[in-house]
Design a protein around this ligand. Structure first.
Ligand code: NAD
Length: 268
C-alpha cells in the first residue's frame, strides 16, 4: 500500500470543474483526500471528475456554488461536512478575467472580478476558519488544525496593463493570505498561496492556442515551456500535507521563472 500524504483528510476545491482546480482536486484525491469538487456552471464536468475519482476507489462529491454568494458558500461547507464529517483543507481556486483597458472597463467588469477572485476567497476562507476552529482535535488527520491554499497568480506582484481588475484581485489575495496567516497561526491553522505563471487552461487560451501566441508567451518564461495544471496541483498537494507543516503565510510561485524579470537576461 503506497503512502498517501492526505489519507483521512477532507478537502474542498472551488472552481474544480476545469483547468487548475480540476487537476488539484484529482491530485488531492490521488493523495488520499476525500474531495468536494465545487463547480459554478459545469455540473457535468464536475460529476465526470467525481466518477473518475470514485472509480479508482477514492471519495468525492460535486457541489454547485457561486463563491461570491455568502449563503451559497455556507451551503457548500454544510454539504461537505454532511458528506464527509469534517473539513481539513480549503483550496480557494475559483477565478476569472474580464479584461479591458481602464477607459473601457465597466464597473460590472471590475466588480465581477473582485467579487469572484477576492471576495470569493474571503468568504470561503472565513467559513473554513470557522469550521476548523469548531472541529474536535482528536479526529484530526494532520498536524495543523486546518490548511488553506489560495490560488493567486504571478500578477500578485507583476503589474498587468489592461487587466487592472485581475491584478488588483490577486494583489489583494496576496495580502488576504498573509494577513489571515498571521491572524490564525496561533490556532494552528496554516494559510498559503500558490502563484501560477502561465498555465495551459481555458482562462488564457488566446495566449497559447496559436504557435505565434505561444512563441510570444515563451519569451516571458525562462524555463522555456508553458506550465501544465499538474505542475500547480503537485505544489498544492505538498502545501496541504504535513511535509509543509512549518510553512505558513507564504506564496509558492509555480511559474517557470516568470517572476525573474527575464527581459534582464540580455539587458541591464
Ligand atoms: P479556469 O477558467 O479553467 O478555472 C476557473 C474556475 O473558476 C472555473 O472552473 C470556473 O467555473 C470557476 N468559477 C468562476 N466563477 C465562479 C464562481 N462565481 N463561483 C465558483 N466558481 C467559479 O481557469 P484556471 O486557469 O484553471 O484558473 C484557476 C485559478 O488559477 C484562477 O484563480 C486563476 O486566476 C488562477 N491562475 C491561472 C493561471 C493560468 O495561467 N491559467 C495563472 C495564474 C493564476
Amino acid at each position: 500500500m503506497p503512502f498517501l500524504p492526505l489519507d483521512g483528510h477532507v478537502a474542498i476545491v472551488t472552481g474544480a470543474s476545469s483547468g487548475i482546480g480540476l487537476e488539484v482536486a484529482d491530485a488531492l484525491a490521488a493523495a488520499g483526500a476525500a474531495v468536494v469538487v465545487n463547480y459554478h456552471s459545469d455540473a457535468d464536468a464536475a460529476e465526470e471528475l467525481v466518477k473518475r475519482i470514485c472509480d479508482r476507489d477514492g471519495r468525492a462529491i460535486a457541489v454547485g456554488a457561486d463563491v461570491s454568494d455568502e449563503d451559497a458558500v455556507v451551503r457548500l461547507f454544510d454539504e461537505a461536512a454532511s458528506a464527509f464529517g469534517r473539513i481539513d483543507v480549503l483550496v480557494a481556486n475559483s477565478g476569472l478575467q474580464k479584461d479591458a483597458a481602464i477607459a473601457d472597463m465597466t464597473l460590472a467588469d471590475w466588480n465581477t472580478v473582485i467579487d469572484v477572485n477576492l471576495t470569493g476567497q474571503f468568504l470561503c476562507a472565513r467559513e473554513a476558519v470557522r469550521r476548523f476552529r469548531a472541529q474536535p482535535d482528536d479526529a484530526r488527520p494532520a498536524r495543523s488544525k486546518g490548511c488553506i491554499v489560495t490560488m493567486s497568480s504571478v500578477h500578485e506582484v507583476i503589474p498587468w496593463a489592461g487587466h487592472i481588475n485581475y491584478a488588483a484581485s490577486k494583489g489583494g489575495s496576496r495580502m488576504l493570505t498573509r494577513s489571515l496567516a498571521q491572524e490564525v497561526a496561533a490556532d494552528g491553522i496554516r494559510v498559503n498561496a500558490v502563484a501560477p505563471g502561465a498555465i495551459r487552461t481555458p482562462i488564457n487560451k488566446e495566449a497559447w492556442e496559436t504557435p505565434e501566441a505561444l512563441e510570444q508567451l515563451l519569451r516571458l518564461i525562462p524555463y522555456g515551456r508553458i506550465g501544465e495544471p499538474d505542475d500547480v496541483a503537485r505544489a498544492v498537494v505538498w502545501l496541504a500535507s504535513d511535509d509543509a507543516d512549518y510553512v505558513t503565510g507564504t506564496t509558492l510561485f509555480v511559474d517557470g521563472g516568470m517572476t525573474l524579470y527575464p527581459e534582464f537576461r540580455e539587458n541591464g
